[in-house]
Design a protein around this ligand. Structure first.
Ligand code: PLP
Length: 421
């Protein structure tokens, strides 16, 4: 399988080459040249179904032979499906080390990069909170990889800051005196600086990397196969969406032929994509803040991948829909879900559950994070404390250290030149 850019114009590359560079040259996103068909719909463990689903994407690549091992490593924790009311199930994607679905993709990418031959790489990531922790946990102590995380000082939660700055070793966290947009800008400038890129072997671990995006197909494949085996018919899938990586992966799983009836992309008040479904016009906006803050994205970067999956608009509208959920409804859904079912959900998962209410048929709703990560919002609504899982407790107890810098490429250049201690 070869990889091409959504913008076209650059020669195709192998999977290993695509993950070594992150974004495609000229700012496009890598996508596979074609959509492979699912080879088997037999039930099995998550790691085995993952290997079956992912193997065609590695065909002909140096990593193809390692696919089972990569999947054992990345899918080392469960993704259980739990009932959540009539015709509704929740797919819990938050049992990894940082309690969010991003752990799966980050671990797969980390496993791939540490198998890869060739020199050491520096993974450079701008984070508004959750991505940094997942990437730090996934890459911690992997050989020949160094991780540099940039986060906006004072603009992420205390728990998020601890999560990403308590690893140490090959992971450095840098607090930038500025906003998330400043962090993202310097990261983009660093990738555009050929000399800097070559000197440090820079690569990305954001969802624009195919190595983080493609493995997300696996849990949708597995959950849809399970559901079909149990109930004899395919379920729809609801995906709480921000940058649209996870949602586009669910669409890819459907296009591959896994038994998914339809995909519902659930957004908060950032509604560029729902508007596109209505009008056919895509108009990105500045992000607005909501309680589902990991989904506060005004211009989702994976939108290009959705367009690539559905070049024909009528096919997109037949298989996929998009809904926007307002903030009061998010809060009411957290409260009502606890009252009716005794189930405590995070604000992102609540967006998904609210979107499910507007649809008929059986649905699997992706639960993207553990509610304890958003306890300031969730605890007052459900009127009780949420227990902190052991894995997080252990992490929060470790000493956390970060350095600080001004938001300029020159300062980043200096930091990169320092070897980690
Ligand atoms: C990142 C994130 C999302 C959004 O996922 P995308 O792939 O960016 O659409 C939703 N919920 C949580 C908890 C997240 O961390």
């Amino acid at each position: 399988m070869r990889y091409v850019s959504t913008l076209g114009g650059v020669p195709s590359v192998s999977f290993s080459e695509a993950i070594a560079v992150g974004p495609a040259p000229e700012g496009g996103l890598f996508v596979p040249e074609s959509v492979p068909r699912a080879a088997s719909l037999a039930t099995d463990s998550l790691a085995v179904i993952a290997a079956r689903a992912i193997r065609p994407f590695l065909e002909g690549d140096a990593l193809e032979r390692a696919v089972h091992q990569l999947c054992q490593d990345a899918y080392a924790f469960p993704a259980p499906v739990v009932p959540a009311g009539p015709d509704t199930e929740v797919l819990e994607l938050f049992h990894g080390p940082t309690l969010a679905f991003k752990d799966f993709g980050a671990r797969f990418l980390a496993a791939c990069l540490s198998q890869r031959r060739g020199g050491a790489r520096t993974v450079l990531v701008a984070t508004s909170g959750d991505t940094g922790g997942a990437v730090a946990a996934a890459f911690h102590r992997r050989p020949a990889i160094r991780v540099v995380l940039l986060f906006p000082l004072g603009r992420i939660s205390e728990r998020q800051r601890k999560q990403l700055s308590s690893f140490g070793d090959n992971v450095s966290a840098i607090g930038v005196r500025g906003t998330f947009d400043d962090c993202q800008r310097i990261v983009k400038q660093a990738f555009a600086d050929r000399a800097l890129e070559a000197e440090h072997g820079l690569t990305s671990a954001n969802s624009i990397s195919v190595g983080r995006w493609l493995p997300q197909v696996a849990y949708f494949a597995s959950a849809s196969i399970e559901h079909c085996a149990k109930f004899g018919e395919p379920a729809g899938i609801v995906v709480p969406s921000g940058n649209l990586g996870n949602g586009a992966a669910a669409c890819l799983a459907k296009r591959m032929g896994f038994p998914i009836r339809e995909v519902v992309l659930a957004f908060n008040e950032n509604q560029a994509v729902p508007e596109y479904f209505q009008t056919g016009e895509y108009r990105p906006r500045p992000a607005v803040a909501t309680p589902a803050n990991a989904m506060d994205v005004g211009d989702p970067s994976n939108f290009e991948r959705l367009r690539w999956l559905y070049p024909k608009r009528h096919e997109l509208l037949r298989e996929v829909s998009a809904v926007s959920i307002k903030t009061p409804k998010i809060l009411a859904t957290i409260r009502d879900t606890y009252r009716r079912l005794g189930l405590v959900v995070c604000p992102h998962t609540a967006v998904g559950l609210a979107a499910r209410e507007s649809r008929s048929g059986s649905f699997i709703v992706a639960a993207t994070a553990h509610p304890v990560k958003f306890e300031e919002i969730v605890e007052p609504l459900v009127g009780r404390r949420i227990d902190v899982p052991e894995a997080l407790e252990a992490l929060l107890c470790r000493p956390a250290t970060h350095s600080e810098m001004n938001p300029t490429l020159d300062e980043l250049r200096e930091r990169l030149a320092l070897r980690p201690s």
